[in-house]
Ligand binder design. Structure first.
Ligand SMILES: Cc1cc2nc3c(=O)[nH]c(=O)nc-3n(C[C@H](O)[C@H](O)[C@H](O)COP(=O)(O)OP(=O)(O)OC[C@H]3O[C@@H](n4cnc5c(N)ncnc54)[C@H](O)[C@@H]3O)c2cc1C
Length: 438
């Protein structure tokens, strides 16, 4: 479940690939500093620079021909304040390592996404989210940031002392500097009651709004070509933990792939078999610690486009997307995921200004994904969606400026902190409307 860095024949160079294998880079240097001084040296001496967390973004946010820096060796919990229920941590810490460390202190993340292998800085860098009508994305839990600017200046912004710059840094795609420490707002440990079940799509959609109100976390996955979806609900409980059977998600996906291959030219047969298979999936009904239940393991590699839509437009957009997939894309077998996230005030958060419903379409890593840009993205755009920063999209500065009220302010701060564009790569040059010279 990792991105990979491989040393090439020339020992000073290393190749990098993201988790899905879709993005690659051949940086001049790959650095994993262990101290702030070493990090500062790396930053100051780099010609061009990008930071990589766990390499789980699908967009080319990370590739650089300059220096690639990773903070895996500067992770860990620095301090915990039980009174304010918050902790300063190394920004490169992986979520999966932080959760058990917080658990020992009686604390937990308020919410998590689908996986927890990301670094904290990487996850907040793209506004990683889970699901829950009242639960904002991970970036909203960040109450303090320490970062090195491109010139090597060490800055600290907190909710108390510089709330506006904090809002800029909460979702900043590595554009403002290298974040080396983060303060995260936690809550007392909690257990969840997890239930999963299969249900017809029409009935899920008819009741989805009520379920988002009723359950702490609610989401569903539509299984293309089946008419059925899998629902997942989590609610807080004080009940004792129960045994959980090992996940069959990966095997189920591979079964769906085999069925696609066998029935490729007979969609009615695929529908008939798939709807029976989905109906037959064993429901889950378990109790456990929040962090053990919210995040899953994902081993079947894919690429993904996810847009965050105004809730009132989400159902129509979902139906349109399903229609495109089922009429035109018999190769698709990954579920379409639908979640809801509460609003926040980070300048570049896709949830800035109010809650959004997110729709995610996945393609197997070996299958085509260019159709997502041609056939799915226009639907999301018409519905007023904002793209997930870490997932496939084609937007540049002019479109983003229309979607984000604070976009120009972010660009001004970025220019102030990185006047030579050291932290800009080809992809972010497009996002920020800057030239890129390699
Ligand atoms: C299998 C899978 C499941 C996923 N599930 C979800 C989900 O449920 N919800 C969701 O919202 N997203 C999800 N994602 C997307 C993922 O959470 C985001 O792309 C996230 O940004 C990846 O974190 P990372 O640590 O891999 O960061 P990277 O992809 O390595 O980097 C992301 C950005 O953060 C920047 N960055 C990293 N470290 C630093 C630092 N120290 N200082 C400054 N900038 C930094 C990078 O430069 C880059 O711009 C999923 C991705 C995969 C592959």
């Amino acid at each position: 479940m990792e991105s990979s860095v491989t040393a090439s024949r020339d020992a000073t160079r290393s190749e990098w690939r993201n988790w899905s294998g879709h993005q690659g880079a051949d940086p001049d240097a790959f650095a994993q500093p262990e101290t702030l001084e070493a990090l500062r040296d790396g930053v100051v001496n780099a010609r061009r620079l990008r930071v990589v967390g766990a390499g789980h973004s699908f967009t080319p946010l990370v590739p650089t021909g300059g220096t690639l820096i990773n903070l895996d060796r500067m992770g860990g919990v620095r301090s915990v304040d039980p009174e304010s229920q918050s902790a300063w941590v190394g920004a490169g810490s992986r979520l999966r390592d932080l959760s058990p460390a917080f658990h020992e202190q009686g604390l937990a993340f308020p919410n998590l996404g689908d996986i927890d292998v990301q670094s904290l800085a990487g996850a907040i860098g793209t506004a990683t989210h889970g699901t829950g009508r009242e639960l904002p994305c991970l970036s909203a839990a960040i109450t303090g940031v320490r970062l090195l600017t491109a010139g090597g200046e060490d800055l600290e912004w907190t909710r108390e002392r510089d709330p506006e710059r904090l809002q800029a840094a909460q979702v900043s795609l590595g554009a403002l500097g290298v974040i080396h420490e983060l303060r995260v707002a936690l809550r007392p440990n909690y257990r969840l009651h997890r239930r999963t079940w299969a249900e017809r799509l029409d009935s899920i959609i008819a009741d989805a709004a009520a379920r988002w109100e009723r359950h702490r976390n609610f989401e569903f996955f539509y299984i293309p070509f089946s008419g059925w979806g899998m629902c997942i609900a989590h609610d807080e409980t004080t009940a004792a933990p129960t045994e959980r059977a090992p996940s069959t998600d990966d095997e189920d996906l591979m079964k769906a792939k085999r069925l696609r291959d066998l029935t490729r030219w007979c969609t009615p047969l695929r529908r008939a078999i798939l709807s029976r298979v989905v109906r037959g999936v064993t429901p889950e009904d378990v109790v456990g610690d929040s962090w053990r239940l919210l995040a899953s393991e994902r081993n079947v590699r894919f690429n993904e486009m996810e847009y965050h839509l105004p809730p009132e437009n989400a159902v129509d957009a979902l139906r349109e997307v399903i229609d495109v997939v089922e009429r035109e894309r018999r190769d698709v077998f990954f579920p379409i995921e639908v979640r809801q996230t509460a609003g926040d005030d980070a300048w570049l958060s896709p949830f800035n200004g109010g809650r959004r419903i997110s729709i995610a379409v996945h393609t197997h890593a070996r299958d085509e994904d260019d159709w997502l840009f041609r056939r799915v993205e226009p639907i999301f755009r018409r519905a007023g969606g904002r793209p997930h920063w870490g997932k496939l999209h084609s937007l540049g500065a002019p479109e983003l400026a229309e979607l984000y009220p604070e976009f120009e302010r972010f660009l001004a701060l970025r220019r102030e902190l990185d006047p030579t564009n050291k932290l800009v790569n080809a992809h972010t040059a497009r996002l920020w409307g800057e030239p890129h010279h390699g």
